[in-house]
Write a new protein. Structure first.
Lengths: 511, 130
């Protein structure tokens, strides 16, 4: 794919062909499995459960395998190359994680196995809770939320219940910076509270004066807390974070940290020591469990001692201390004032296994190196690209940074065009048009797993695209040229949704 | 950034709404600069005629291929008319933000909020600085 660049993209490398849907493959009666002879009498299915409207594909094993292999070749993944999708931390997922998750003792453990039969799994979860607490400086951790957004939801419900129990149920406002992830205001609304948006200052930090005004104003007694991402979604460390925490705490609110960007803090900064009361971890970002179609996620939450009784459950605890003969006995418990369950069983246990393996492999010093290399790689890219692109906040960044995807002397070219053109050069595009406070944003996060040669290749592609923006803007406006489909009509896609495969009719609605 | 129109007779909020005052009726839409920044608008949702809003409250939202944004009223009052045609054809906001792309009319309980808004020159300078 990278060679396509040398040909202006439009020529030599033939676009890959799309693969039909599995529903459009096969023929009646074709099957992919041979069942053994039935050793019990056959019975016809009840007529009222038979459905003629389910157009299930009838395909052989070879067709199925080829279909999905072809689809997988159309995909782009971190196993193929740099995936600088800012805010998503698309780091390489070590294969040893997968080995751990496939150990039969874990993989075949039934989620309803009683505690005595699941001590190994419970021990592992207890260790992971302890390590995550240590990494972030929190007293207690629950692994049960299924993803980051559910972790946020758990956090805000805990804050809400905390205030209610203190007789301050009127506290219903959560402060959210205007650079926040969209999930933050959505979480607040889902939790039945309301959002008060805060502006950013010229350096990209929360505007401290505006925050202090709100905390001293009419709404003071209604402030339940604040949700903030550190480093911010611009990839910048909040230089005044201690003042922010103090202002909100003084007003009686609690501090929620969106842990999406923990890849810039691990082993270097503990949010609990900054004064945060609760945060969620994205095990699927920071701790290398697969995501982006490879999910599921895991959004563990960590809290201070004051909030520990409210954690979503169950959590793993030592229910019988060890003695001279026996190791400790682990069990699942619901915290005393738990906000309840968010997920069936014990959360996404397969992700706990992978995150555990990741932390075990790196260890204390290795975890710190992850952060140091993530920050180094981002600053290296930022420094090299500053010569070609505008960097709106020219300070050292954390694990990611924002470029302006627009040039004064190439008015027609926008961030989206640059992103699409990167595909022709063999790279996944960065996040574009986020954070919203920055026009034409390209949010770039290389992660620690990239080597210098790959970072340099990305810089070369970005520099070439900047030249093309001036010399042949049409090439950018029509990109991608090598993908199986060309530029998609996003307006039409949003406004005129057409499903290729008709949804099945519900039982009872058929002819 | 590109060129944008800023009619002199309107008032402007830093959240990029324009306000036209006629007696106590205030018509609100979003600016040419805002529609240009948002790119193709694909969805709008407004409160209903008859609903009331406070100054600083959201009266609806606009969604483009790039982003979703809240729309804010600078005045308190009752929404007396909503441009429901935009629900089927939100692209009209891109094409004619100050004309057919108007969004709501509010019968203002007071007009104090208008005093705090920018005039066209101040809004242009504000957009230039972003």
């Amino acid at each position: 794919m990278q060679n396509a660049a040398a040909t202006n993209g439009a020529g030599a490398s033939q676009p890959k062909k799309l693969e039909p849907l599995i529903y459009d493959l096969g023929a009646p009666g074709r099957i992919g499995v041979n069942l053994p002879d039935c050793d019990v009498p056959k019975t016809a299915l009840p007529a009222d459960l038979l459905r003629a409207d389910l157009a299930l594909p009838e395909v052989g094993e070879v067709q199925v395998v080829r279909h999905f292999v072809k689809l997988s070749k159309l995909n782009y993944s971190i196993d193929q190359g740099l995936y600088p999708l800012g805010s998503c931390t698309m780091k390489y997922n070590p294969k040893i994680n997968e080995d751990a998750a496939r150990l039969p003792g874990f993989a075949q453990l039934h989620p309803l196995t009683d505690g005595d039969g699941a001590q190994g799994a419970l021990f592992l979860m207890h260790e992971l809770q302890t390590w995550l607490g240590e990494i972030s400086g929190f007293e207690a951790v629950s692994l049960s939320p299924a993803a980051g957004a559910q972790g946020e939801f758990a956090g805000i419900l805990m804050i809400r219940q905390y205030h209610i129990d203190r007789g301050e149920g009127q506290r219903d406002i959560i402060l959210v910076p205007n650079s926040a992830h969209g999930t933050n205001p959505a979480t607040v609304t889902m939790a039945g509270m309301s959002v008060r948006e805060l502006p950013a200052d010229a350096q990209g930090n929360v505007d401290l004066a505006a925050l202090r005004d709100v905390c001293a104003g009419d709404l003071r007694d209604r402030i339940a807390g604040m949700m903030i991402t550190v480093p911010s979604t611009l990839g910048l460390f909040e230089a005044t974070i201690l003042d922010v925490v103090e202002a909100v705490h003084d007003a009686g609110g609690l501090m929620y940290m969106d842990g999406a960007n923990m890849n810039a803090l691990m082993g270097a900064v503990k949010p609990g020591q900054l004064g945060f009361d609760v945060m969620h971890y994205n095990l699927h970002k920071t701790f290398s469990t697969p995501h982006g179609g490879g999910g599921p996620g895991s959004g563990a939450v960590g809290v201070t001692a004051a909030l520990a009784p409210y954690l979503p459950g169950p959590v793993v605890a030592v229910i019988e201390e060890e003695n001279e003969q026996e190791p400790p006995l682990y069990g699942l418990v619901m915290p005393e004032k738990s906000i309840g369950r968010l997920k069936a069983f014990q959360g996404n246990f397969g992700m706990h296994l992978r995150a555990y393996a990741y932390i075990r492999v790196y260890g204390d010093a290795g975890i710190r190196d992850v952060t140091r290399y993530a920050v180094l790689n981002a600053n290296y890219l930022r420094a090299r690209l500053m010569a070609t692109y505008k960097v709106p906040y020219p300070r050292y960044c954390g694990h990611e940074f924002v470029l302006e995807g627009h040039f004064d002397d190439a008015e027609d070219v926008h961030a989206l065009d640059i992103s699409k053109r990167l595909m022709d050069y063999g790279f996944h595009p960065p996040t574009n048009y986020f954070p919203l406070i920055m026009p034409e944003a390209l949010l770039i996060e290389p992660t620690e797993t990239e080597v210098k040669e790959d970072l340099d290749a990305f810089v070369a592609a970005m520099e070439r695209i900047a030249e093309e923006a001036r010399s042949e803007p049409e090439t950018l406006l029509n990109a991608p040229h090598t993908a199986p489909v060309r530029r998609l009509d996003e307006v039409k896609a949003v406004k005129e949704l057409v499903l290729c495969c008709a949804p099945a009719l519900p039982i009872g609605a058929r002819d | 950034m590109g060129e944008w129109k800023t009619p002199a007779e309107l008032k402007y909020a830093d959240s990029d709404e324009w306000f036209a005052v006629d007696g106590n009726v205030v018509t609100i839409g979003i600016t040419d600069y805002a529609q240009d920044q948002l790119n193709d608008i694909v969805y709008v949702e407004f409160k209903d005629a008859g609903d009331s809003v406070d100054a600083g409250d959201s009266f609806g939202e606009v969604e483009s291929v790039k982003a979703a944004s809240e729309l804010y009223s600078a005045v308190p009052g009752e929404i007396i008319e909503v441009n429901t045609a935009l629900e089927d054809e939100p692209e009209v906001i891109n094409a004619d933000p100050f004309g057919a792309g108007w969004m709501v009319k509010i019968r203002a309980a007071d007009l104090q909020g208008i005093d705090g808004l920018m005039d066209a020159a101040a809004y242009d300078a504000y957009c230039d600085s972003r």
